[in-house]
Every structure is written in structure tokens, then in C-alpha cells.
Design a protein around this ligand. Structure first.
Ligand code: GLU
Length: 488
């Protein structure tokens, strides 16, 4: 590559950062890092009504959280700013005025009603609704008359007739469009704000963007943008359009398929790197079978050649698997730190817990860590370590307790717990041993009644650790509760 690689992510701040947007950002980011290029982030806020600073903040915070730092752009500086379109209006003015002067664009006074009537009549004839050019060749007198009537014009680009526009797409190959299918389109609205298809070209050109890597939904905009580059004689970037992301039923990914915004995954306690790894594989296939990648491995392996033309399918199970793998790799201290806000939120732990409680929590978390798909799940798994009662007995657990020796084991264990002077693993082991001997039971018949007595369940965390972490008093209280409950 001769030209310096400069890529950009250009979100419209009209909502949160979605999975698709984050994936586009990531492919740009990886491409920049791989080629030692620049990753630019700028804000496309020409849709004044729908753009908000809050959305901008959320999007940028999510990008940072995912670890995609940018070299240039909004809040990072650079010599090609400003990086928010609403602050670049005078710059755009230079270009659309030039287009007007060169008659490559013209003022159009058609009202919304007139335009709708035109579209409707084309639809009725089975033709593509588009602008047919009523204001294309207005005389100065006609224009003056319309101005006098108080009509505010838009600026329309004069689409050259009978042109074949080829997009040489790095992912999709050559895609051909015909200019005749494209009506003269608006480049500046009547309030003086440029439209996306115009502003994006000026920005990409002035910011010297070498590759435009973005979602497939923008492919149909590309011929319009190419015409603009040509009309303004600006040098054109290379284009790469990434396929859509579909839900598992192969329809376009939407809320029905699960959370679509990064914020929702962040709030559930997905780890940023897991999400990043997952996003990387949405449409890009590495050469081997490997699925878990460090950041530097992703940078090393990534290439547009291996980005697929066919749609990517969003598989939540895979994301959960990947996240659980990364959770397993973390230290219990790290996971506890991440879990704390959820535990405080659920009222299980006081805000700002004492160091001893944190130590206890770390041990508890280390027992649950393997089972977590995402951190929020800790709230449903951890209650077994809290409280003096058993919340619920499963039918299998109740069945086991009908076994003649079961209640006796529980009774004996409770008594030993109350008498124990210290509560350590060898003590607990010894208690089991002596009960087993005394009652002539072993294995499951010895351990499972205690587990059920403490949890109401046949499955759960390692029994010895559970007993230890509950403490002797709490263990005794729970067994007492179970005995009363089952005997009543
Ligand atoms: N602002 C556009 C969007 O959020 C991005 C357009 C582009 O990348 O060219 O979809």
C-alpha cells in the first residue's frame, strides 16, 4: 500500500452504539493497527433532529470501553478537524457553492407535497420513485418568482445521465450502478445543512481517508458518493462494505434476537475483550480453527481478504461461551470486583463492604466463576451463600430426604457444627468421617443429605467449600430450618 492507511468510524449520534456499528468500528480499528495507519473517529450529526450529545457520549464511551482507542478525531484532536459535522458547515459551503457555480448542482424549490405526488405517480407506473428534475433548468426569472413566494430552496446534485458507476469493492468485488436509476438528489437541505451523501464525501476527502470500511447498508449510497468525488475532482478512497448481521432465523438482527446495543451487553457484565473477540468473528474468518484471540493476535491475523460477502449470523450462545471462557481466565479478585456492583444492586452486599467480607466474597466467587456466562448471573447463583433458610427444595432433593438415614445425617451434622470450635476443612472432613462411621453410611448417602439440608438441591458448588464458607453457625441454622420444614 503506497498511501498511508487512514480509516474512520463515523457514527451518527442518534442512538446507542449497536453491534453492527461496533463491528464496523472494529474492522476499521484492526485494519488501521495492522497497517500502522490512523484510526479516525468523527461524528456525523447532520440529522439535527435525531442527533443528541447524549448518544454521542454513549457511543464514544462504549468504543473506549471496548478498547478501540482512536488516534485522531473527536476529543483526540488532529489537524483535519473539526470532527463533528455540525461544526464544519462553512467548509461544506465552499464545495456546494462550487457545484452550483459549475452547474453541477442547482436550487430546487419543490415542496414536500409536490415531491410526494411525483413519487406516487412513479410508483403507480411501476417505476422507481425518484426526482424527475422539475427545477433542473429553472430560468432566473422563475427562480426569482419562487423566492418571492417565500419558498426556501434545497441544493440538488445534477446526476449525469447514462453513466455507469462502478464500485470496486474490496469485499464484494465490482458492483455496477447506473446513474439513470438515481434521481437528482439533495445535497443541502433548505436549512443549509448538508445531507449525509454530500458531507461524508467532503469529510473523507479532506481527512485523507484511504479506505472506507462500513456496513453493507451504505453500498447503495456509494454511487452517489462516487459521482460527488468526480464532480469535485477529489481523490477517492477504496471501499469495503461489510455484510449485514442476521439473527439466527436469518432475518435482519433486531431486538427480537437479543440485545442489540453494546451498552446492554456491558450492563449484563460481558467482558469487553470477549465482546471484541466475538465481533471480530462476525463476518471475518481467521485462517485456522482458533476462536479465542488476544488483541495483538487479532491485529496480526486480520485482513479484508478474509471478510465474507455473505451475511454474518449472530449467535448468542457462542458469545456466552466466549465470555465464559474469558471469565474463567480472570482472577477471582478481578471477577469479584466486577461482580460487586451487581451484588450491591441486588441488596446482597452493602456498599463499600469490609475487607473481610471482600475476602469471603472472593472465595465464593472463585467457586461460581466457572458457571458464569456473564457477570450479572452471579446474582442468581450466589444466594445459596446467603441467609439462614433454604429457599426451595427440588423434587429430587425431597426424594433423597425420604431415605431413612438422610434426616439422621442432617441432624448429626447440625449438632457437630454447633459444637465445633474451629471451622476448617480438616474439621469438616473429620465430622463427615465420624458420622459415616456411626450411622454406617458413606458416599452419596453421607454427603448429599447435607447438601440438600443446606441448599435444597442435589447440585451446586463444591460441598466442602460451601460448608466452609457458610460458617458453622449459618450451616447449623440452615440444617435446623430444613429439619423443621421436612418434619412438619
Ligand atoms: N453515519 C453513518 C452511520 O452511522 C456512517 C456512514 C459511513 O460510514 O459512511 O451509519
Amino acid at each position: 500500500m503506497n498511501q498511508k492507511v487512514r480509516v474512520r468510524f463515523a457514527p451518527s449520534p442518534t442512538g446507542p452504539l449497536h453491534i453492527g456499528g461496533a463491528r464496523s468500528a472494529l474492522f476499521n480499528w484492526l485494519f488501521a493497527r495492522k497497517h500502522g495507519g490512523d484510526f479516525v473517529v468523527r461524528i456525523e450529526d447532520t440529522d439535527v433532529e435525531r442527533s443528541t450529545l447524549v448518544s454521542e457520549e454513549v457511543i464514544l464511551a462504549d468504543l473506549k470501553w471496548l478498547g478501540m482507542t482512536w488516534d485522531e478525531g473527536i476529543f483526540a484532536g488532529g489537524d483535519k478537524g473539526p470532527y463533528r459535522q455540525s461544526e464544519r458547515l462553512s467548509l461544506y459551503g465552499l464545495y456546494w457553492e462550487r457545484l452550483l457555480e459549475e452547474k453541477k448542482a442547482y436550487l430546487c424549490y419543490c415542496t414536500e407535497e409536490e415531491l410526494e405526488a411525483e413519487r406516487e405517480s412513479l410508483r403507480e407506473k411501476g417505476q422507481m420513485p425518484r426526482y424527475l428534475g422539475r427545477c433542473r433548468d429553472l430560468t432566473p426569472e422563475a427562480r426569482e418568482k419562487l423566492e418571492k413566494e417565500g419558498k426556501k430552496p434545497v441544493v440538488r446534485f445534477r446526476v449525469p445521465p447514462r453513466e455507469v458507476i462502478q464500485v470496486e469493492d474490496l469485499i464484494r468485488g465490482r458492483v455496477v450502478f447506473e446513474s439513470d436509476g438515481i434521481g437528482d438528489f439533495v445535497i443541502v437541505k433548505s436549512d443549509g445543512i448538508p445531507t449525509y451523501n454530500f458531507a461524508v464525501v467532503i469529510d473523507d476527502a479532506l481527512m485523507e481517508i484511504s479506505h472506507v470500511i462500513r456496513g453493507e447498508e451504505h453500498l447503495s449510497n456509494t454511487p452517489r458518493q462516487i459521482m460527488m468525488y468526480k464532480a469535485l475532482d477529489l481523490s477517492m478512497p477504496q471501499f469495503a462494505h461489510i455484510s449485514l448481521i442476521l439473527g439466527e432465523d436469518r432475518s435482519k438482527m433486531s431486538k427480537r434476537h437479543g440485545a442489540t446495543s453494546i451498552k446492554q451487553y456491558r450492563e449484563k457484565g460481558y467482558l469487553p475483550h470477549a465482546l471484541l473477540n466475538f465481533l471480530a468473528l462476525l463476518g471475518w474468518a481467521p485462517e485456522g480453527e482458533q476462536e479465542l484471540f488476544t488483541l495483538s493476535e487479532l491485529v496480526e491475523e486480520f485482513s479484508l481478504d478474509r471478510v465474507s460477502k455473505s451475511p454474518a449470523v449472530f449467535n448468542l450462545k457462542k458469545l456466552n461461551w466466549m465470555n465464559s471462557e474469558y471469565i474463567k481466565k480472570e482472577s477471582p479478585e478481578g471477577i469479584t470486583r466486577l461482580a460487586l456492583p451487581y451484588l450491591v444492586g441486588a441488596g446482597l452486599i452493602q456498599d463499600d463492604p469490609a475487607p473481610e467480607q471482600v475476602d469471603w466474597l472472593v472465595k465464593v466467587v472463585s467457586l461460581l466463576q466457572e458457571q458464569l456466562d456473564y457477570i450479572e448471573e452471579v446474582v442468581t447463583l450466589i444466594p445459596v451463600f446467603f441467609g439462614d433458610q433454604v429457599e426451595e427444595f427440588t423434587p429430587e432433593a425431597l426424594e433423597l430426604m425420604e431415605e431413612e438415614s438422610s434426616l439422621r445425617v442432617v441432624e448429626r451434622f447440625r449438632k457437630e457444627a454447633l459444637q465445633a470450635e474451629n471451622w476448617e476443612a480438616p474439621v469438616i472432613k473429620a465430622i463427615f468421617k465420624s458420622i459415616g462411621k456411626e450411622l454406617g453410611v458413606g458416599g452419596k448417602k453421607l454427603f448429599q443429605p447435607v447438601r440438600v439440608g443446606l441448599t435444597g438441591n442435589l447440585q451446586g458448588p463444591d460441598l466442602q467449600s460451601l460448608i466452609l464458607l457458610l460458617g458453622s453457625q449459618r450451616a447449623a441454622n440452615r440444617l435446623d430450618y430444613t429439619l423443621k420444614k421436612l418434619k412438619s
